[in-house]
Design a protein around this ligand. Structure first.
Ligand code: ADP
Length: 605
């Protein structure tokens, strides 16, 4: 149902009403109210009072044909009609009355001040009060600042029966183990208090995007059955300086009321960035951060408020934020390993209908390097594909295709390659696969395809890791570079020319070679000296150089030499296996997509 709201009236409307009211009051009501009561008497009474000298002031209003007079104390005003009385002036003179022009119409001085000065002020103050209250109500409560910007807009998730539990978060066992201590504390803080142990006030969840940091925070609240306040770091930072700080204050005062509870601040780097003290820094952000630091110091230990924060740029956080007593515990939430990926796939598969014979392990192996969010996306894509094809459940093929969709985008339906182009792409991809397969250390090929994708890839070779890889040897890295150069090598060998298709390979090979030399200490000349530092570990791993320009030039030389060496190796491998290269390329050209098994069969035949 649509809620019909009366449009809001502008402020000017209320002030105009008030002004109109005051004008009416001044011109009509005040003169009327302020007038003294006039008592009408007959002419005889007037003559009598005059004779008795009881008249204080008198005014003859000839035009209105009346006489106004007051008693001796000037308290009561009398009025009488005029009579033809030639002695009137003499009579008034004898009575000792004062002749005055304005005895009667003069208003009561006290009442007049009251009505024309005090009343308007009262009205305007009342109006002001009313308007402020109304604005505050719109903004959400008494803690709201001017124009209601200071109220925290934290969403509160009070524990409910469908709250997220640890079991919903697949993998991430280390993080769960770490956080289960918090759950136990929230369940029974007294156990900890008795021993004198104090829980960390803040816990920082760090890891790449989409690895389940938010989910874990919610799961802690779900397991502990406590309220969960959630707010994103960027929501604190407003246009007006001071608003963010007031939001922080409000959030913490709410949290303290609801303790024990969990406050979750997502993307904390939005406010927690290092304060660099440079001119033109962001005042609002720094004030907000200062307020957060103060609040975290302000509440005593063991109050039952636990602050969880997530970030994927831990290195950019202000050291004051990560010192003991604030966010003193750091829980890494890394990309899932093979088992983790399989578990995440299975958790999400419960939400959709899938065929019984799906090989989850294979899917997990194919999706190497995928985050939890990507895996959830893969499962959902598979379900969408099944619906599109009018099938009642998702199959293994749907899942495999959806991995490719997530990695490389959808198949391009109308991208028609010319025959020559198709041939080049086929040789390029087989070049990669062949170099990979013929070097003993490279992972076997899972699938090769030359169907263009929306990401711009004209084809790709999917390699599959058999298990988890934590370390890579120098040899493996070199082989990887050789594999990356394999595509271009095949083109050169067969067509004696280069194409633009290798740009991504070149980028990756260069990155790898540079990392080997500058960070992994795999060059003889530099020994174990770091020439680069990674600044963005979880977001693509950008690195910044930290060496002299001469060294940089030397590094560049060595990178080129390393890639060249591997390129030559790849060409050599392909030359030695030219027959296989032609055979496989022809096969791929005809089929467009071939599996790893088909590839190996031809290679080994
Ligand atoms: P982050 O906060 O780390 O960026 P989220 O917690 O928001 O990531 O996760 C995004 C989505 O990814 C979740 O809603 C969930 O569907 C999925 N997801 C991520 N990690 C996991 C996991 N370990 N188990 C199950 N689902 C996960």
């Amino acid at each position: 149902m649509n809620e019909v709201k009366t449009p809001k009236r502008p402020l000017i409307f209320y002030y105009s009403i008030a002004l109109l009211f005051l004008l009416l009051l001044n011109f009509l009501a005040i003169p009327y109210m302020a007038k003294r009561q006039v008592q009408e008497v007959d002419y005889g009474t007037f003559m009598e009072m005059a004779a008795n000298k009881e008249i204080g002031q008198a005014e003859v209003q000839e035009t209105e044909n009346q006489i106004l007079f007051t008693d001796k104390d000037n308290t009561t005003v009398y009025k009488t009609g005029m009579m033809p009385d030639p002695d009137l002036n003499q009579r008034l003179f004898d009575s000792g009355a004062k002749f005055s022009g304005e005895i009667i119409e003069q208003t009561d001085p006290l009442l007049s001040v009251l009505l024309s000065w005090i009343l308007p002020v009262v009205i305007f103050v009342a109006l002001g009060q009313y308007m402020t209250k109304k604005l505050m109500k719109n903004a959400g409560g008494p803690n709201a600042m001017m124009f209601g910007k200071g109220k925290s807009s934290a969403r509160i998730y009070v524990q409910s029966s469908e709250g997220i539990k640890f079991s919903d978060v697949a993998g991430e066992d280390e993080a769960k183990e770490n956080l289960s201590e918090i759950v136990s504390y929230l369940h029974d803080p007294s156990k900890y208090r008795e021993i004198g142990a104090s829980m960390p006030k803040g816990i920082l969840l760090v890891g790449p995007p989409g690895t389940g940091k938010t989910m874990l925070a919610k799961a802690v609240a779900g397991e502990a059955k406590v309220p969960f306040f959630s707010m994103s770091g960027s929501e604190f930072v407003e246009m007006f300086v001071g608003m963010g700080a007031s939001k922080v204050r409000d959030l913490f005062s709410q949290a303290k009321e609801k303790a024990p509870c969990i406050v979750f601040i997502d993307e904390i780097d939005a406010i927690g960035k290092k304060r660099d003290g440079q001119y033109g820094g962001n005042d609002e952000r720094e004030q907000t951060l200062n307020q957060l630091l103060t609040e975290m110091d302000g509440f005593e230990e063991n109050t039952g408020v636990i602050i969880l924060a997530a970030t994927n740029r831990p290195e950019s956080l202000d050291p004051a934020l990560t010192r003991p007593g604030r966010f003193d515990r750091r829980v890494p939430v890394e990309l899932p390993d093979l088992q983790g990926r399989e578990a995440i796939l299975r958790v999400h598969a419960k939400k959709i209908k899938v065929a019984d014979d799906v090989d989850w392990n294979k899917i997990a192996r194919m999706a190497s390097g995928a985050s939890g969010a990507e895996l959830a996306n893969i499962v959902n894509e598979a379900a969408l594909r099944a619906v599109r094809d009018n099938r009642p459940f998702a199959s293994q093929a749907d899942l495999e295709e959806s991995i490719e969709v997530v990695i490389a985008g959808y198949q391009k339906k109308n991208a028609i390659l010319t025959d020559a182009e198709k041939k080049i792409v086929a040789y390029h991809e087989i070049g990669h696969a062949l170099v990979a397969a013929l070097q003993s250390h490279s992972a076997p090929v899972q699938k090769i395809t030359i169907v263009p994708r929306t990401s711009g890839a004209l084809g790709y070779t999917m390699q599959v890791d058999e298990g988890n890889h934590y370390l890579m040897s120098q040899q493996e890295l070199e082989n990887k570079i050789a594999t990356l150069t394999g595509g271009r090598s095949a083109e050169e060998l067969v067509f004696h020319s280069a194409s633009t298709g290798a740009s991504n390979d070149i980028e990756q090979a260069t990155k790898l070679a540079r990392a080997m030399i500058t960070r992994y200490g795999m060059s003889r000349d530099f020994d174990m000296v770091a020439m680069e530092t990674v600044t963005n570990q979880y977001l693509g791993g950008d690195a910044s150089m930290s060496c002299s320009s001469e060294t940089q030039a030397e590094i560049d030389r060595q990178v080129v030499a390393l890639v060249k060496q591997q390129h030559a190796k790849a060409i050599k491998i392909l030359e030695e296996n030219r027959a296989k290269l032609d055979q496989l390329a022809q096969y791929l050209y005809e089929r467009e997509t071939i599996t790893g098994e088909e590839f190996m069969k031809i290679l080994e035949s």
